[in-house]
Design a protein around this ligand. Structure first.
Ligand SMILES: Nc1ncnc2c1ncn2[C@@H]1O[C@H](COP(=O)(O)OP(=O)(O)OP(=O)(O)O)[C@@H](O)[C@H]1O
Ligand SMILES: [Mg+2]
Length: 433
């Protein structure tokens, strides 16, 4: 009996030991999982969402960041995060991401610095930013616009001297009849300068002479006469983009918050707000940084600078849409109506220069490619030659419309040099911090 009792006792002891071991093990693994989850939450508070999750491990958040561009495209709509190229009013106007994934792409943007090497938008953001109007698209559009007949001219592109033209294939363009050649030159040469700088936000443009050989204007001759447009005039046609909407200047760039690019306002690398921006917002700021350089170089006062001017008596001007700037449905900015640039802008520099300086001074983050192109034009001191070459190569009517005076070409080079110095200054200043 004693032996049976002893055996029973031993069995009971063994079972107790096994139970304690099992409970301890379970507790430990739960504690470990809890700790890991807590760590993720602490690292990326905005990445943690309630609701069902297929993989709650930290890998999820890192993995999204680590997928290289090409692979990311393969995820397509399936993941809901990235998408293949998206058409933006024209088949070749591509964006590398889309707004559907903006929240998640926005989250990811917050995990890393949007600015690198002192003063440049990060390469990761650059890889994902829309391609804008690509060169191939522009070339194809120009060929079509030159070959087609205009079948209708009607209001729809602003003031009466601008008309909405419909081509025989149903596509549209905005025709600009400048009060004088300066405006058409400004529009055309600003487009060429943007191309030299790699800025792809301007719709493609061609020149046309109303009296030109061929039948391009024959079907709308009556309308042209009614508008009292001179037959010899050279007009510009720019691609018309559907469903554009207005753009308010981002708070970071409004005069109330701008400064010298230093510790205070403006778009500079230390603005803590940059860290809280979604990718979509950062994409827009990247395009604004290009816009500000382009408008400074061309002395175009008819956008942000004119707002700054109006701010003197209209404190709410910055809350309204910015002149001559529109947004395509997928988010790309479209820089329209550049006729104040280069020629007229240089002629009236005296009145506007202090505002141009203020706006340029408010930006200290740049797109690498733009900065590189400015640096090349500075190093070679050949802005005039490069601009003229591109203008002549792409526009058969360039000899009729003419080019910049020597004085204005000199001003352009000087402004390129100023922008280059400004970029170097920002880079040096913020690389040290
Ligand atoms: N390329 C384009 N694609 C689509 N719409 C355009 C285009 N260009 C101009 N528009 C339309 O015409 C409007 C006026 O354009 P634009 O600035 O070129 O003309 P404007 O006569 O200077 O007018 P405003 O005085 O309003 O600036 C734009 O707000 C836009 O609605
Ligand atoms: Mg305008």
């Amino acid at each position: 009996m004693k032996i049976v009792l002893a055996n029973l006792f031993a069995l009971l002891f063994l079972c107790t030991c096994l139970s304690v071991f099992y409970v301890w093990n379970t507790l430990e693994s739960r504690l470990d999982r809890y700790k890991r989850a807590f760590q993720v939450l602490a690292d990326h508070p905005r990445s943690f969402r309630p609701g069902p999750s297929t993989d709650p491990s930290p890998k999820t958040f890192r993995a999204l960041l680590a997928v290289p561009g090409a692979q990311r495209l393969h995820l397509g709509g399936r993941s809901g995060v990235y998408n293949l190229s998206v058409s933006m009013g024209s088949p070749d106007h591509h964006m590398n991401g889309d707004n559907e994934g903006s929240t998640q792409r926005g989250e990811a943007a917050k995990l890393e610095s949007p600015v690198e090497e002192g003063s440049f938008w990060s390469e990761r953001l650059e890889e994902q930013l829309a391609a804008g109007f690509t060169e191939e698209h522009a070339r194809a559009w120009r060929d079509r616009a030159r070959a087609q007949r205009v079948v209708r001219l009607e209001p729809g592109c602003g003031r009466i001297s601008n008309q909405l033209a419909t081509f025989s294939d149903g596509t549209k363009a905005c025709v600009r009849y400048g009060i004088n050649a300066d405006q058409v030159q400004g529009e055309t040469l600003t487009y060429c300068l943007a191309t030299l700088l790699g800025i792809t936000n301007l719709p493609p443009i061609v020149l046309s002479q109303l009296s030109g050989v061929g039948e391009q204007w024959a079907a709308v001759r009556k309308r042209v006469d009614g508008l009292q447009w001179s037959e010899r005039a050279v007009v510009s046609l720019t691609e018309w983009v559907a469903n554009l909407t207005g753009v308010v200047t981002p708070a970071l760039l409004r005069q109330e918050s701008t400064g010298d690019g230093g510790g205070g306002g403006g778009l500079h690398p230390l603005r803590h707000e940059l860290r809280n921006k979604t990718r979509v917002e950062l994409f827009e700021l990247m395009q604004w940084s290009d816009l500000i350089l382009l408008d400074y170089l061309t002395a175009n006062f008819d956008r942000l600078v004119s707002n700054l001017f109006s701010l003197q008596w209209d404190p709410r001007v910055m809350e309204r849409d910015t002149n001559n700037l529109l947004r395509a449905p997928r988010g790309d900015l479209v820089f329209i109506d550049n006729e104040a640039g280069l020629v007229h802008g240089y002629r009236v520099l005296g009145m506007w220069e202090k505002f141009h300086d203020t706006v340029l001074g408010s930006v200290c983050v740049f797109r690498r490619r733009t900065a590189q192109r400015v640096a090349e034009l500075h190093a070679r001191q050949d802005a005039r030659a490069r601009l003229l070459e591109l203008y002549q190569d792409t526009e058969p009517l360039s000899p009729v419309l003419g080019f910049l005076s020597d004085e204005h070409a000199g001003l352009l080079q000087a402004r390129i040099d100023t922008v280059h110095r400004h970029i170097l200054h920002c880079k040096e200043k913020y690389s040290r911090l």
